[in-house]
Design a protein around this ligand. Structure first.
Ligand code: ADP
Ligand code: MG
Length: 263
């Protein structure tokens, strides 16, 4: 049975897409069967996984509108297959922005993705959903489908404030739409231990959220930022880089957390 996680934070530019594609590649590297779902019309996770968003014949849009199944609509990247880190990609492009409006009048509109994923349940160990930076009908579809939310965050002054909104949203979705939903963990990203403020915020996070803070820490690393322009995750682009190694460590931690959830 697939474990489904949303990578969410309503702030833009906090590292959601970088986390999604590199965790997907890290999990694939350690032998997990992974589906990456891009729910952001910008399609960055699609491009960053080596799939050309402009050439998609079918996408997550078709799945949300129930005109295709995930088995029909997913794509694969040759580059990732060659690198031995292949995962399936349910891609997105600008067309997805229209789904927001088109879904409004449809029934079960927030559960479309969940229903589609139920049919793909046996095909994957992990499903990772890259959410857009807003609380839209698209994000709601992600949150309704998931067992847990991974929250990437930068250890900056306003980080905790932004978290309160997200925690409240997750509580509401939990109460009204998805009893399974919980924050599986907070992931410190773009971390620089030389910056005193970042260490302080990191300590505050641990004090507030305890073991909800992942042990793995993703450093600020230019190789992770360069990788998307080559159409691969950092884990594939430069496996020896600090950023890539941190994401493989994070993938191992996720596998261990899942096992402890099951037992
Ligand atoms: P989001 O999806 O939340 O908008 P992105 O993952 O697109 O955020 O990241 C925003 C920017 O920060 C991108 O340019 C990305 O390459 C860069 N970035 C993300 N994580 C790191 C990191 N650990 N080190 C360096 N740059 C990073
Ligand atoms: Mg993004």
């Amino acid at each position: 049975m697939a474990k489904i996680f949303c990578v969410a934070n309503q702030k833009g530019g906090v590292g959601k897409t970088t986390t999604t594609v590199n965790l997907a590649a890290g999990l694939a590297k350690i032998g997990q069967r992974v589906l990456m779902v891009d729910l952001d019309p910008q399609g960055n996770a699609t491009m960053g996984s080596g799939v050309d968003k402009r050439a998609l014949k079918l996408s997550v849009y078709d799945v949300l509108l129930e005109s295709a199944s995930i088995a029909e609509a997913h794509a694969k990247s040759d580059k990732l297959i060659q690198a031995g880190c292949s995962y399936d990609v349910l891609g997105a492009n600008r067309e997805l922005a229209g789904a927001e409006v088109e879904l409004v009048d449809l029934e079960r509109r927030e559960k479309r993705l969940k229903q589609a994923l139920a049919q793909a349940n046996d095909d994957y160990d992990f499903v990772l959903i890259d959410c857009p930076p807003s609380l839209s009908m698209l994000t709601l579809n992600g949150l309704c489908s998931a067992h847990g939310v991974i929250v990437p965050m930068q250890c900056e002054y306003f980080a905790l404030e932004g978290l309160t909104d997200l925690v409240n949203t997750i509580k509401q979705v939990h109460a009204n739409l998805n009893k399974d939903l919980q924050i599986i963990g907070l992931l410190r990203v773009m971390f620089d231990p030389r910056i005193t403020l970042q260490m302080q915020v990191s300590d505050q996070l641990k004090a507030h959220f305890g073991d909800k803070v992942f042990d793995a820490v993703i450093p600020r690393n230019v190789r992770l930022a360069e990788a998307p322009s080559y159409g691969v995750p950092g884990v594939v682009f430069d496996p020896a880089s600090k950023g890539a190694q941190a994401f493989v460590t994070f993938a191992e931690e996720m596998v261990a957390r899942i096992q402890s959830l099951k037992s």
